[in-house]
Design a protein around this ligand. Structure first.
Ligand code: GLU
Length: 439
């Protein structure tokens, strides 16, 4: 099955598939998946009908054609999207992904998730997301740069430190953010570092940003185990995705004393009941690009990884991997969602019945967005923090968000996902009420 990374990475992708709403089959439509959770939370919050309809609609959806001169002299036109779901609490915030299966439905869902995520960790941003339909592995470095710059210039009027701030996502990275920052700055005639986050540290990036999503995922998994009164030491963990989220989460969970029994990437999955050596896997991937061929563990199938007997399963790859088809087979006690939207709404119901404790994506992978906020603050203040300060503040924000979600879940007798949606929707709604409707 295709999976390239977590929420931020620069690794492989699939063949080009153009998808629109009608081509998603039922539970696979990410926007519908987001909406069904939104509806449940709105109902429990008794959200007034006006606000309900406002929050159900993205503020702005932009589709651009991006012509790119290829190295062979031909011109290829790519499709790009940028969706601002909400700017009620602050500028839009959200990554840009380059992948062959990007669609408007997906980008809309991801922009909505960013809105709830930023509200959940209480940072002053709304939510947005962007994507370009392309297979970055088939493009040269120069082509990728031209694609990035032309896409940036096509959405230039949307971007800005006060309006919409992109970041890395699947198949984009620090280098792509540097091109975006430069393109935007050239148009503005002065350097604007705060227009993107996830930049190289040398040009205004934050220390700790690269590791932040995986580190945050580790904090979320640790808090979940603490709540469930499960010992962290020796806890068996399976991680799907060995990109910027999965590999860092695996590394940090191993440091916390967990035993990483299974990991996978697009090339396949590995298993060792006694625990894999994550540092060794990282250096293997450094040299061989993919996990496949690693000699010190058993190759297994993707389904076996997802259904492995373990304490914690970390899906840190792509959307829709835990569905109504495999949810009943899951034997993990905790699922900590490193990716955005890895579990479908139908699967939620099955996992609930089985008593699986699911830490939802908008909480489990909020570390990246949180340190993006730190980066934006540092850029605007022109004063940069040391790594210790970044990590300490990240830890504090995530532990507090986890506590608030868990308390809400207990109070309303709902699962963590519903509680997280309730908390974040209420925070966005509260600002809507205060601001009023401009008529
Ligand atoms: N792409 C990451 C996410 O989905 C980070 C977004 C950001 O930092 O703006 O959370």
């Amino acid at each position: 099955m295709p999976h390239s990374s977590g929420t931020t990475d620069s690794r492989p992708t699939q063949t080009v598939i153009h998808r629109d709403k009608d081509t998603f089959l039922g539970e696979d439509n990410p926007f519908e998946a987001m909406m069904s959770r939104f509806d449940r939370a709105a109902e429990l919050l008794n959200l007034d009908p006006g606000l309900y309809s406002v929050l159900r609609h993205p503020e702005k959806q932009v589709i651009v054609s991006v012509p790119v001169l290829l190295d062979n002299g031909e011109v290829q036109v790519f499709t790009g999207y940028r969706v601002l779901y909400s700017t009620t609490r602050g500028p839009g915030k959200g990554g840009i992904r380059f992948a062959s299966n990007v669609s408007l439905e997906e980008v809309k869902a991801l922009a909505a998730w960013m809105t709830w995520k930023c509200a959940l960790v209480n940072i002053p941003f709304g939510g947005s997301k962007g994507g370009v339909v392309c297979d970055p592995n088939s493009l040269s470095n120069a082509e990728l740069e031209r694609l990035t710059r032309r896409y940036t210039s096509s959405i230039l009027e949307i971007l800005g430190p006060d309006s919409d701030v992109p970041a890395p996502d699947i198949n984009t990275n620090e280098r792509v953010m540097a091109w975006i920052m430069d393109t935007y700055s050239m148009h503005k005639r002065h350097t604007v570092t705060a227009v993107v986050t996830g930049k190289p540290v040398e040009m205004g990036g934050s220390r700790g940003r690269r590791e932040a999503t995986g580190r945050g995922c580790t904090i979320a998994a640790r808090e979940a185990m603490r709540r469930r009164e499960m010992p962290i030491h020796g806890a068996r963990v399976a991680v799907q995705g060995f990109g910027n989220v999965g590999s860092i989460a695996a590394k940090h969970l191993e440091r916390e004393g967990c035993s990483i029994i299974s990991v996978s990437d697009v090339s396949g999955a590995l298993y060792d009941e006694n625990g894999l050596d994550v540092e060794d896997l990282l250096s293997w991937v450094q040299n061989h690009r993919f996990l496949s061929g690693y000699p010190k563990a058993d190759p297994i199938g993707e389904h076996e990884l997802l259904t492995a007997e373990c304490e914690v399963l970390v899906p840190a790859a792509i959307e829709n991997v835990i569905t109504s088809k495999n949810a009943a087979d899951i034997r993990a006690k905790i699922i900590c969602e490193g990716a955005n939207g890895p579990t479908t709404a139908n699967a939620d119901r099955i996992l609930d019945e089985q008593g699986v404790y699911v830490v939802p994506d908008i909480l489990a992978n909020a570390g990246g967005a949180t340190v993006s906020y730190f980066e934006w603050v540092q850029d605007r203040g022109g004063y940069f923090w040391d790594l210790e300060t970044v990590n300490l503040r990240l830890e504090r924000i995530l532990v507090q968000a986890f506590d608030e979600v868990a308390t809400m879940a207990e109070r309303h007798n709902v699962n963590l996902r519903t509680a997280a949606y309730m908390l974040s929707i209420e925070r966005v709604a509260a600002v809507h009420r205060l601001r009023g409707l401009y008529a």
